[in-house]
Design a protein around this ligand. Structure first.
Ligand SMILES: [Zn+2]
Length: 421
């Protein structure tokens, strides 16, 4: 491949991705507007027209914000690559630091800071403009910036040593550096599975053991029925930031814990909480979590092998608007270019990932129907959709690209037929 051909290929994928994303967004808006006037028959008794229209307006507002971000991100991508942004950044930093590890880490850090600054106004608007307008925001600007400072500190504390190890392997470990880097990466991911629930999440939220005795007994009975041992049931103060409710399940081995958002517990009846948890336990019992980790590890091995090849190809740099530096390592630049180019080449394949995730959701629903109650899960889902103002009438194609969960109507239909069968 020469650099001209690679530039053309990259531009072709970029244009195709942008065109598809805009087309999907406009389909989503049209589809939701076409169904805005009435609650779908299936939900007519459960959801008010006001709630249905709020969900429609909220979803459309999010899609529109997403379209603005698409344009800005594409402009930034072009600025970094073809307009010489990365080239300038690299030369400037090299002048300051000279070649070596400092140059490489400074280049990655500068890139991360600039990308973060581009996202900042959108994140701020999303929280205090959009979420606020629809009554979901519970954050103060002070908390928003405190979170940001903590996030940057944590990112630096974890990211810098990791980047240093990867760059050292790229430099010194020979042609198979990507294989060693992959082992480091997998080890790091597993470590995060343990550290996230026990150390990182508590830096941002308070976790208290579930105290409601009758709910606890109910949940313990369920866990006993399906043969699941957990280190604890926790309630998280999600209401500190948002009115959206959720429940999740984190950690593995001895560090497994179940976390309920306080916003979820305040809204659902005990039998509905049980049904939601049965769904989450379904993911665990049917090995969805392990399967997902295996897929992620396999994909990252393939991508790292690809990066191992690309980093030695001059066209990979010049095709994206960067002249490899003479006398300095280009490894950090290879990482940056790879992180910019990869999503452009993979977006069109995202329905494949959504497909498998949807299959898992249906399986977890069936598990919940079997071990808890289908009708309790249905009423919990209806409440969650209403509280999160998720649209009940998404465009099927948009949903195939973006949604990890099948549309509510399909899930509920399956749950109801499973019950009557
Ligand atoms: Zn699920």
């Amino acid at each position: 491949m020469n650099s001209y051909a690679f530039s053309l290929l990259f531009i072709a994928f970029l244009v195709a991705t942008l065109a598809v994303r805009f087309w999907l967004s406009s389909r989503q808006i049209r589809h939701i507007l076409a169904h805005r006037h009435a609650v779908p028959a299936q939900f007519a008794e459960k959801i008010s027209l006001t709630a249905h229209q709020k969900a429609a307006d909220y979803t459309i507002a999010k899609v529109k914000l997403g379209m603005v971000m698409l344009v800005v991100n594409a402009a930034v991508l072009i600025g970094f690559t073809f307009l010489g942004g990365l080239q300038w950044l690299s030369t400037t930093i090299l002048d300051l630091t000279g070649p070596g590890m400092t140059y490489q880490i400074a280049l990655l850090a500068a890139f991360a800071v600039i990308s973060g600054l581009v996202d900042l106004p959108f994140n701020y608007y999303s929280q205090f403009g959009l979420e606020q307008k629809f009554g979901f925001n519970k954050m103060t600007p002070a908390l928003f910036f405190r979170d940001m400072v903590k996030g940057v500190g944590l990112g630096a504390a974890i990211g810098l040593p990791l980047v240093w190890v990867i760059l050292t392997l790229m430099d010194k470990a020979g042609d198979l550096w990507w294989l060693y880097a992959w082992l480091v990466w997998c080890g790091f991911q597993l470590l995060m599975l343990v550290l996230y629930p026990t150390v990182i999440a508590p830096m941002f939220n308070k976790f208290t053991p579930l105290e409601d005795e009758s709910l606890k007994t109910r949940i313990e009975n369920l866990m006993h029925r399906v043969g699941f041992a957990s280190k604890g049931l926790f309630v998280m103060d999600g209401s500190k930031r948002s009115a959206h409710g959720n429940a999740y399940f984190s950690g593995f081995g001895a560090a497994k814990r179940i976390v309920f958002f306080d916003t979820l517990l305040s809204r659902l009846a005990p039998q509905e909480v049980e049904a939601v948890l049965a769904h989450e336990l379904g993911h665990f019992k049917m090995k969805h979590i392990v399967k997902r980790i295996v897929v992620i590890f396999a994909l990252s091995l393939a991508f790292l092998a690809l990066l191992g090849y690309l980093k030695t190809q001059v066209w990979f740099y010049t095709g994206l608007g960067v002249d490899p530096q003479m006398g300095a390592s280009n490894d950090a630049m290879a990482l940056i270019l790879f992180s910019l180019a990869l999503p452009v080449f993979t977006f069109l394949f995202s329905p494949i990932a959504s497909l498998s995730s949807r299959k898992h959701e249906f399986e977890a629903d069936a598990f919940a129907a079997k071990h808890s109650s289908a009708s309790d899960l249905v009423s919990a889902l209806v409440k969650l959709y209403e509280d999160n103002a998720s649209t009940l009438t998404p465009d099927p194609l948009h949903s195939a690209f973006y949604d990890s969960h099948p549309p509510a109507s399909l899930r509920i239909e399956r749950l109801l037929t499973a019950r009557s069968a």
